[in-house]
Design a protein around this ligand. Structure first.
Ligand code: NAD
Ligand code: WQD
Length: 332
């Protein structure tokens, strides 16, 4: 297939581009580089031998996007492009709604106009809100605690409505849990600008000595060790899930959780990281972070039953690969 990957120079997008190319697909990337670097294209070439066609375009610029659809006979779109910092979305809600929702509307309009009948969307476990765990795809979506989460829920609804009335426009909504880790080559991974918001990049920077100490946000939750529990998933497993989701897309609307099905605590991550990499990660317990849920993980059975997809990599792999990338990473 010929696949348009928006956000393809970003963290999850770049790993998915590698897996798509290795599965024999042709990839065209659109990204405005707001949170990634063009040098990722050379890294993709080093890993796969192929440098994908790249357009530096903002997905909220429909006029600039349309010629890309005219130039390539796409079979599918995988839409990763989006802003993802939860805290920033509270401070700048309109920027988040504009960027994340408008891009979804324009891309689906163009996909329908140019008869591109497969559309895979990056959603998030955050759309489940606060309800019983594990989260199952059949659950209703509950309000999230931030505009970022709302942009994901809105985009899901928009795509579902579009797929309901447009025959041949099929959507796959992929709800990611907590993606971590990096490609085993150490060439691509997550390199957030400034101080990371997420746990694994923060742990990596503490291990490297770039940050002094990890703040563990609360140890008084109702969890085995009192710290928050999440379903961490290796980004390469996640990327492989996208390849299967787009290849096997059949129904008008398909929804899958992409997680391991197991919860792991903050202190378990710290300890696994220290063991996997023979490093020290000093930490201190601080107050809970507002908006955090105590514990959630995926019911990951549906993706296995329908797509034959299962996360294979362990917490050890996630810690090892995150560290390998962090050690190699140079700000280019
Ligand atoms: P990322 O920031 O590394 O990648 C997103 C890419 O999109 C970046 O390269 C950025 O430059 C680009 N982009 C943003 N807005 C754009 C626009 N208007 N036009 C063109 N390009 C634009 O983030 P990621 O972690 O790879 O996330 C990819 C997708 O998955 C996002 O939609 C994110 O919300 C979603 N998601 C991420 C996580 C996570 O924890 N990383 C979890 C659930 C869902
Ligand atoms: C994980 C655990 C923290 C940092 C976020 C988004 C979610 C999704 C994935 C996009 C929690 C604890 C963290 C630190 C800590 N993104 N923690 N010290 O909050 O589960 O999910 O990213 O869709 O929408 O909300 O991920 O990595 O920030 O936190 O103790 O410095 O680590 O409290 O228990 P989160 P996270």
């Amino acid at each position: 297939m010929i696949i348009l990957v928006t956000g393809g120079t970003g963290y999850i997008g770049s790993h998915t581009v590698v897996e798509l190319i290795q599965a024999g697909h042709e990839v065209v990337i659109v990204d405005n580089l707001v949170n990634s670097k063009k040098s990722v294209l050379d890294k993709i070439k080093t890993i796969t031998g192929i440098k994908p066609t790249f357009y530096e375009i903002d997905c909220t610029d429909k006029e600039a996007l349309e010629p890309v659809f005219k130039a390539h006979p796409f079979d599918g779109v995988i839409h990763f492009a989006g802003l993802k910092a939860v805290g920033e979305s509270v401070q700048k809600p309109l920027m988040y709604y504009h960027n994340n929702v408008l891009s979804t509307i324009y891309l689906s309009e163009l996909a329908i106009k140019y008869k591109v009948d497969r559309f895979v969307f990056s959603s998030s476990a955050t759309v489940y809100g606060d309800q019983e765990v594990p989260f199952v795809e059949t659950m209703n979506l509950l309000p999230t605690t931030n505009p970022y989460g709302e942009t994901k829920a809105m985009s899901e609804r928009i795509l579902k409505d579009a797929a309901t009335v447009n025959q041949n426009f099929k959507v796959s909504l992929l709800r990611y849990f907590n993606p971590v880790g990096a490609h085993e080559s150490g060439l691509i991974g997550e390199s957030p600008n400034g101080i990371p918001n997420n746990l694994m990049p923060f742990v990596s920077k503490v291990a490297k000595g770039e940050l002094e100490i990890l703040s563990v946000f609360g140890n008084d939750y109702d969890t085995p060790d009192g710290t928050g529990v999440r379903d961490y998933i290796h980004v390469v497993d996640l990327a492989k899930g996208h390849v299967l989701a787009i290849e096997k897309l059949q129904d008008a609307i398909e929804i899958y959780n992409l997680g391991t099905g197991h919860g792991v605590s903050v202190l378990e991550i710290v300890s696994a990281f220290e063991k996997a990499n023979a490093v020290k990660v000093p930490y201190k317990i601080v107050d809970r972070r507002p908006g955090d849920l105590p514990a959630y993980w995926a019911d990951a059975n549906k993706a296995y039953e329908k797509l034959g997809w299962k996360a294979k990599k362990t917490i050890f792999d996630m810690c090892k690969d995150s560290w390998h990338f962090e050690k190699n990473y140079k700000d280019e």
